[in-house]
Write a protein that binds this ligand. Sequence first.
Ligand SMILES: [Fe+2]
Ligand SMILES: [Fe+2]
Length: 295
Amino acid sequence: MTELGELFELELFGEQIEKRYRKLRPEVEVMPWGTLNTAEFPEHVIVAARQAWTGAAFQEHRTGASCALTLKALIEARAPLDLIAIACRFPLDELVHVELCARLAMELGGGSEIRHSPTALIYEPPRDLPALLIASELVVHNFCVGEALSIPMLRGAAKAAAQPLTRAVLSRIVRDEAMHGGFGWWYLQWAAEQHTREELQHLSRLAARSIRGILSNWDYLKRELLTGKRGRPRAHSLGWMQTTDYLALAAQSLKSKVIQPLARFGIDPLPYLAGELEALTPSAGAMPNARAEAE
Ligand SMILES: [Fe+2]
Ligand SMILES: [Fe+2]
């Protein structure tokens, strides 16, 4: 690995393997590829959109690793078999999302350069924790916070998408994520009552840390909006949504889709988020086209 990290680049094996994959997930090929209209956009906006969709592909790649690690932890914790079976689909869903986002970047002229450390891709709980607590950490971090929050955001972005291809890709992702977003709550119905009060407190601290991670992602966009042309935000037709409506939705979703449902299972991140939620007004959301939108 170089000092800058390894290049984020992906390939297909092709032949029979690709055919099998296409059969498993035919929805990739039926997207309206080749319909993106970029004629009305200046070059720098297109470059920003390419960066945005490459960034989205990388995030989906990371989520794929998170889903796979969570799956292993669910098996080790002997979670209910049917619940694990549902989660088996998730890594494949994320791979499909990687391909959708990467191909969108290609349609815009090619992916942009992302360097990363492949062995430091995702959060991994310490291995000396009990198996159930490892599984709960991963489900709370990846599903109850990460996925539950991404759904309303993605739904808003899909609705705001102005071109058939971006709308189709985002809608496909939304459909898969709906299942992912529900998963955390199903899991907690089984796991929460098995945890001691100390463990629930541990999970509350972890949830606060996960939320803080998302808030720091949003900070970038918040700065962009404050320094940018705040008077006329719009949904960018080459990327994802970024409007003041979207920002309000992000803050509201954090409360109603993450913090309130967690509290029902005895997990309360609020005491560990001193003032950080209050600072969220106007909130901002981490979406790939921040730069394109700021133009
Ligand atoms: Fe995804
Ligand atoms: Fe997902």
